[in-house]
Design a protein around this ligand. Structure first.
Ligand code: 5CA
Length: 163
């Protein structure tokens, strides 16, 4: 077993790995030597297109935290997305609000593993990539996935989020 495999993962990533395994997701959580804190860093470390990085962005809407799994190739058009989603204004969560609602820190927020499941949108642009990478609870852990798996594990809906 290499140092990245199995038992040496941080506790937060072990939780994420368990949830993925229970959902029947085959992709293994791995810890990298390099930072995967941002989409650009993750893409460089993994040697993939930045669009194939699924960022887990937390917003507040109608006084509740929500999750927008966004392709690293673009930004969320919050006005257009709120209208498509049928929700009130989407405001970016503060680092403290991210920590509270996910139990994870900015740069490592995973699609799952939160104290309570967040209403979730999966960016339609992510369906263009046969393999995605998402954060697994810390700024150096990731797992391979697909848009279909993200929809399944989050109970989310697929919507365009970009401009
Ligand atoms: N590990 C990568 C994906 S593999 C990752 O977590 N990317 S991310 O985009 O989801 O996380 C970084 C994001 O955190 C930034 O895109 C930004 O949207 C958000 N962020 C960074 N700093 C702040 C801040 N001060 N307040 C709120 N959000 C922030």
């Amino acid at each position: 077993m290499t140092p990245q495999e199995g038992t040496s993962l941080p506790a937060r990533s072990v939780e994420v790995a368990h949830i993925l395994a229970e959902a029947g997701i085959g992709g293994r959580v791995r810890e990298l030597a390099e930072s995967t804190r941002t989409a650009a860093e993750a893409a460089k470390a993994l040697g993939c297109d930045v669009g194939a990085i699924a960022n887990s962005l937390v917003f507040l809407s109608d006084d509740e935290p929500v999750l927008v799994l966004t392709s690293g190739r673009h930004k969320v058009d919050t006005t257009a997305l709120a209208a498509r989603w049928g929700r009130g204004e989407l405001r970016r969560a503060t680092p403290e609000q991210v920590r509270q609602s996910t139990g994870q820190a900015i740069g490592g927020v995973a699609p799952v593993g939160h104290p309570r499941a967040l209403p979730t949108v999966v960016d339609a642009a992510l369906s263009e990539y046969p393999q995605l990478w998402a954060a697994a609870g810390t700024p150096r852990t990731v797992f391979p996935t697909t848009a279909d798996e993200l929809l399944r594990i989050t109970g989310g809906i697929l919507l365009p989020v970009g401009p």
